[in-house]
Design a binder for this molecule. Structure first.
Ligand code: FES
Ligand code: MG
Length: 600
């Protein structure tokens, strides 16, 4: 039986000027058949009529975990605590799966699914009676896909990531998820370990539930979600198995109900200033080169102007503060114990490098959340005035080879600097011979026999959003075994139209647009061309005449343009028709052009 209190609530909601979105669905008076149809099937799994018509907020739990998505799989457990939080605060939880995106398994590449997961989540949030949503994120692309959808639908939304794995160890040495792959591949290439040894070593980097324990794309994107104000302060860095993670799940459930009652929406939180805070945070944490792609995409979907020049202007001059692999030494557990993102933000705040008044999910400002939260562990999180590296952000590179590419400077090692950048006659620049690979298959086939020496630039093309649908994470190329055996102490410089794993420590120039598949000038490069890379001028140029560039371009088009593989599935074809370049976030142009959907 309905209590008097519930009856009053319903009566109030129907006369309230702004009833909840779900209430409009479930308490329709104009056509009761429709609300009955919405209600009757939800009753069959045990919800009561009273609950559904009570006007209580209905909260979606968008669960990205499944057997297909091991990085996020622990959300199948955590969602129960989220649900308890929602219920405790007076809401009704409805959990549903998102399209899974598993970084390490999805072929041809997981980024292909970011936009698919985005589109399907938009449809779910639009089409069902949700008042708010908890976005359960983790592995690399799951976080931007969720934030992009929240931006488009703009109902109250809060992120909670699954948390990083525990630290990995091998013989007492820290072994990071992802970062160990690059090291192990080099050891394998020179015969130090066999196939089993390779798998054993790589597995040690991933010892528990959770996403990568390094500052790869997952830790980065979840830190940036918190820096944007879209996750509870201090939440991103909590390791998956720690008790604080399950407590955070409960608190996230409580918070979303409060957000619905306060009508605190993504557009109130994800402002231009919030994106600038996230760019600053990305430099300080040593964030992934995938971050500009994803953050620019989220900005496009919420209607905030943001481009790669902003990343250079706002982020480049800032210092690296977090001593976490791949740019530093520690892993997720130390970073969490040292204070996580609030400790990093406290340093930036003190120096006036943050917009202090940005609103966050808990209704407080960024300043209120992080002020004074400095780290006690100065090995893991440095003082702003004693950083690991100054000027540690991304450079936005241009030139005659491409219009736009990004370079992460925090991973430039002293050995690389000495070999390439310390020529007194030409400081901070180098000229070197290029060897060109058409995709990872060509690289694997030719790397050992191609004319590569210790001053070669490795170029990878055909791996952008069109060429390798979704843009492959393959630009970080390992030097040939004969150079490693000779004791090469640094990664060779790499340039390409694809992406690089966030866990890679290679100083690469990535995400070059236009890509070869669009017949950009990357497509006319030939083995042996000399390239000039100038970090001060932020340029990459091929040292051939304008006339020669012109002539090669005409020859390319006369031969039918740059060749790349056919699409293998309908979605790959749709993706290729709709997608924009990496420099603009690799969004579907039509999804951005489309006016934001009505919230009713
Ligand atoms: Fe999923 Fe790194 S592979 S988080
Ligand atoms: Mg990755």
């Amino acid at each position: 039986a309905r209590t008097k209190e519930l009856e009053d609530k319903i009566a109030n909601l129907s006369t309230s000027k702004t009833p909840l979105r779900s209430t409009k669905w479930l308490n329709r008076t104009d056509d009761s058949a429709i609300s009955s149809l919405y209600i009757e099937r939800y009753l069959t799994y045990g919800l009561t009529r009273e609950e559904l018509k009570s006007g209580k907020p209905i909260i979606g739990i968008a669960n990205s975990g499944s057997d297909l998505a091991p990085c996020n799989r622990y959300h199948l457990t955590l969602a129960k605590r989220v649900r308890e939080g929602i219920r405790s605060a007076g809401g009704i939880a409805m959990e549903f799966p998102t399209h899974p995106i598993q970084e390490t398994s999805r072929r041809p590449t997981a980024t292909l699914d970011r936009n698919l997961s985005y589109l399907t989540l938009v449809e779910l949030l639009y089409a069902y009676p949700f008042d708010g949503v908890v976005l359960l994120t983790g592995c690399d692309k799951t976080t931007p896909a969720c934030l992009m959808a929240a931006a488009t639908i703009n109902i109250p939304a809060i992120c909670m990531n699954v948390g990083p794995m525990l630290n990995g160890y091998n013989n007492g040495q820290l072994v990071g998820a992802g970062t160990i792959v690059w090291k192990a591949r080099e050891m394998h290439a020179v015969g130090e370990i066999d196939d089993d040894g390779l798998l054993d070593l790589v597995s040690k980097g991933s010892p528990s539930a959770g996403h990568c324990n390094t500052m790869g794309t997952a830790s980065t994107m979840n830190a940036l979600s918190e820096a944007l104000g879209m996750a509870l302060p201090g939440s991103a860095a909590i390791p998956a198995p720690y008790k604080e993670r399950a407590q955070c799940a409960y608190k996230t459930g409580l918070q979303i109900v409060e957000m619905v009652l306060a009508d605190r929406k993504p557009s109130d939180i994800m402002t231009r200033e919030a994106f600038e805070n996230a760019i600053a945070a990305n430099t300080a944490i040593g964030g992934s080169t995938n971050a500009p792609i994803h953050l620019n995409a989220i900005a496009k979907h919420i209607g905030v102007k943001l481009d790669l020049d902003d990343w250079d202007h706002i982020g480049y001059d800032l210092p690296l503060l977090v001593n976490m692999m791949p740019a530093g030494e520690v892993l997720g557990e130390e970073y969490f114990r040292a204070g996580g993102l609030p400790a990093v933000m406290a340093e930036l705040l003190d120096q006036g490098k943050l917009h202090p008044d940005c609103l966050t999910v808990n209704g407080k400002t960024m300043k209120e959340n992080v002020q004074g939260q400095h780290s006690w562990d100065r090995r893991s999180i440095k003082k702003y005035t004693e950083p690991l590296k100054k000027e540690a952000g991304f450079l936005h590179m241009k030139g005659n080879v491409f219009d736009s590419a990004i370079m992460k400077t925090s991973v430039i090692s002293p050995a690389f600097r000495a070999a390439f950048l310390e020529n007194p006659k030409d400081p901070n620049a180098f000229e070197a011979k290029a060897i060109i690979f058409d995709g990872p298959e060509d690289y694997n086939a030719r790397i050992e026999t191609a004319d590569v020496d210790e001053r070669t630039v490795l170029v990878m093309r055909g791996t952008g959003p069109l060429g390798y649908p979704g843009a492959a994470e393959v630009v970080n190329m390992t030097a040939p075994a004969h150079l490693i055996k000779k004791g090469l102490k640094y990664s060779l410089p790499c340039i390409g139209d694809g992406r690089q794993s966030g866990t890679s420590g290679s100083p690469s120039i990535l995400n070059a647009s236009p890509e070869a598949a669009e017949n950009g000038n990357l497509a006319i490069l030939r083995d042996g061309d000399m390239l000039r890379v100038d970090l001060t001028k932020r340029r990459v140029d091929v040292l051939i005449s304008e006339a020669e560039i012109q002539q090669r371009g005409e020859e390319l088009l006369a031969n039918g343009g740059y060749k790349y593989p056919e699409s293998h599935t309908p979605y790959q074809d749709i993706f290729r028709r709709e997608v924009g370049p990496l420099s603009e976030g690799m969004v579907f142009r039509r999804a951005v052009d489309f006016q934001r959907v009505a919230q009713t």
